[in-house]
Design a protein around this ligand. Sequence first.
Ligand code: NAI
Length: 251
Amino acid sequence: MTAADDLTGWVAVVTGAASGIGRATAVRLAESGAHVVCTDHNGPGAADTAEAIDAAYGRGCAHPHTLDVTDADAVERLVTGTAEQHGRLDIMVNVAGIPYSRPVVDTDEADLDRVLAVNLKGVFFGCRAAARVMTAQGHGSIVNVASSAIDTLRPNVACYAMSKAAVAQLTKTLAIEVGSRGVRVNAVAPGVIDTPMTAGVPHAANIEAAALRRIGRPDDVAWAIRYLASPASGFVTGQILRVNGGTAMPG
Ligand code: NAI
């Protein structure tokens, strides 16, 4: 570990930490020395991630919390409470998200509201709460999880793609707003990753479409998030880092 990726003493909040990419991210941040607040609306799942971190790193550095990201007040309380308890908040990772696949003509308003509530407003609430704390303390890194759905157009995923494209725009806009106060804001845009979200999805076409001829693993994304969270990316902000095995290469 070098100074560029040493997170010893840093404090991180991760949403969606019970499973998949969020769980891997919490583990990798702890591996680099951070105290990690593992949050999820699946409370037992968040606790399980925290236990795994403590078992692996043995420092009591994981703190589980039940948190539904659609509850703006709860997100605000969790983030400000973390900063008060630990005296700082260095990293905020907004991972929690849900899939949705249905043609536009068959999508009702309740479904649209649910996808936007979790995937977009949930990220917005996390960004807003963290940005308030981080701009006041004069430093911090926010990392959001978008998706390759912002690049690769497919039928039936309008709600999901809309939510993730909006996350990309939120990321860039917030980066401009808070950069002068020492806060960086970036996102990852993962391709297909082997998590519970994609269990049961046939992967042959996804493997064929990737330059690297495989789908991703949660750690592929977690390592990219850790880079964006750490001093190693100190001059990187407002960027959308594709972690997709080479399926989409915009620009
Ligand atoms: P996952 O289903 O394994 O994990 C998602 C986590 O979010 C779960 O632990 C779930 O309990 C939590 N969650 C859902 N709604 C929540 C809410 N309202 N409040 C708090 N937590 C909530 O899925 P995965 O694959 O790890 O997905 C993580 C993120 O990565 C999502 O935002 C997803 O859209 C994104 N993503 C995933 C890809 C994939 O291929 N797996 C590809 C591109 C993006």
